[in-house]
Design a protein around this ligand. Structure first.
Ligand code: C5P
Length: 214
């Protein structure tokens, strides 16, 4: 089964205050770290970059992204060849995903799921609030997980789910909307998304810890 990866790196980094994918983390760019783990675990990799990008990753096929994350995923999907049967979508902003995590989501799709996403337990209690800020409900935490990328899908299912150009904050949501069966595999607490500048310090600490791990 041929596995293709779409690494989305076409965001502007508005909350970060600039193109975070080019920031260095432990001596290497965030985008390079995300691409490397995709290359190590998938047969083909497409990198989605901002339309006006003046940077590349050597030896990786790059295409221009769109105005939203979903549009950028579609641009990447269109560039993956028709022989690809499993697609893994990964945010370049998560440079700390490891190969084992990619392998877990891919294995779950090989085993028959339409999609597989990494999930981690939620530490905080989650509340529903109305526009005035009044709490309208508390959602039982044991039924919730926070999901990450990489997310793996049957290629035909993901292509069908994106055919109507839906917008979602992740790809599992568009597959779920079509009735696909998405399963959760064990996520990685360290695989957080670099969103704010302080996240770089936190990521650096993770790398330092990994460097001394036995
Ligand atoms: O904005 P957010 O943090 O949700 O972005 C998640 C990932 O999607 C990032 O890697 C970002 O570069 C990518 N993205 C994209 N195209 C967009 C918006 C976000 O590729 N238009």
């Amino acid at each position: 089964v041929l596995v293709g990866a779409v690494v989305v790196a076409a965001g502007s980094g508005a909350r970060f205050g600039g193109p975070k994918q080019l920031c260095e983390l432990g001596g290497r760019r965030i985008v390079d770290r995300a691409v490397d783990v995709a290359r190590a675990t998938c047969d083909a990799v497409v990198l989605v970059v901002p339309p006006d990008a003046d940077w590349t990753v050597p030896d990786v096929h790059a295409v221009a992204g769109g105005a939203t994350r979903s549009a950028s995923v579609r641009a990447g999907l269109a560039a993956l060849g028709p022989a690809i049967e499993i697609v893994v979508v990964h945010d370049a902003a998560r440079p700390l995903a490891d190969e084992a995590l990619f392998d877990r989501v891919i294995a779950a799709v090989r085993d028959g799921a339409d999609g597989a996403v990494p999930g981690v337990p939620i530490a905080d209690t989650v509340k529903q609030v109305d526009a005035e800020g009044t709490v309208t409900g508390t959602i039982p935490r044991d039924a919730l997980v926070a999901v990450q990328t990489p997310q793996a899908f049957r290629a035909d299912v993901l292509r069908a789910a994106h055919a109507s150009r839906p917008e979602g904050t992740d790809d599992a949501a568009v597959v779920e909307a079509l009735g696909g069966r998405v399963v959760v595999v064990a996520g990685l607490a360290d695989n957080f998304k670099i969103t704010e500048p302080a996240d770089l310090d936190r990521a650096g600490a993770v790398l330092a810890r990994r460097a001394v791990a036995p």
